[in-house]
Design a protein around this ligand. Sequence first.
Ligand code: IMP
Ligand code: ZN
Length: 348
Amino acid sequence: MDNEADVFYRELPKVELHAHLNGSVSFQTIEKLIHSKPQLNIEHSMTAIGKGQRRTLDECFQVFKVIHQLVDSEDDIFMVATDVIKEFAADGVKYLELRSTPREEITTGLTKRRYIETVIQAIQQCKKKGVDIDVRFLVAIDRRNGSQVAMETVQLVEEFFLSSDGLVIGIDLSGDPTVGHGRDLLSALQRAKNSGLKLSLHLSEVPSQHDETDLLLNIPPDRIGHGTFLHPEMGGSQGLVDKVVQKSIPLELCLTSNVKGQTVQCYSDHHFKYWYQMGHPVVICTDDKGVFATDLSHEYKMAATTFGLSREAVWKLSQQAIDYIFAPDSVKELLKQKWRDLQPQEFK
Ligand code: IMP
Ligand code: ZN
């Protein structure tokens, strides 16, 4: 049974800006995939990290490999994207930026182009069916694949940027942060920026990435994913913090992901506190709601209970996230109107 607080957080209109498609696949959708591919012998314990469990970051990336085995055809991608979009909508998310790394699979004939087209089709289908959520797509570059793949990805995304009617709006840089170096990806990312694509970069997700972060901040990105080790208390530096503050780059913060992936020791140690208290733009996100067994309502609730936020402050936090979306101002205005319509009288 949902208690009153759960209802409040679910009904709170929310913006989700950091959600990896294959990390967001729910238990129910994984169940369907497991059934359709029994020969893989995959179990639920291999695709999600349950309550109270934790994994090293390396183990988390093994989990993505297992999910990729289950999601390897156009049909799978269409189903997964459709389910994920509907689940976010059911959780009260009104605007979603979904990110995903295009893959090719020789055995199923999947190409990177078809991968992107299929995600777009799923978004369009949900819209046609009246699912109450505005969805955009950020195409991801996996840092492990190096400079050439990064450049090819940007070139492909430029085509969709022009032809997808505003659905493909940006690039994400993600993947195992311990592999590869941002300097190899700099020219691809700069090209994307010059083409008008928005950039969200995973930065300082692990310690000792000072030089890479400093370099990539010069582009500059439009948003930062995690930024866990940017600030001096976490081994970062005041110089990095100053750059982020001066350029006013919003941070996408994913509490449960960081705790379960063990880059943050516990919820109360999360860097949300540092940036939020400073008044810097932050957005609460899920990262991988399937893998980390969470949803956006739960993330808001955890932030509120851990850091003592009032309901009014929570409302403000979800409303301010509208300012940091990548869609144009006309979309921001529509969302702001939606928030005004839904806002309880006592917070007006
Ligand atoms: P996909 O891009 O839809 O296949 O989603 C899974 C992929 O997202 C993983 O293989 C990683 O490349 C990326 N990813 C998911 N979570 C994280 C994270 O916390 N840090 C860096 N990359 C991530
Ligand atoms: Zn991420």
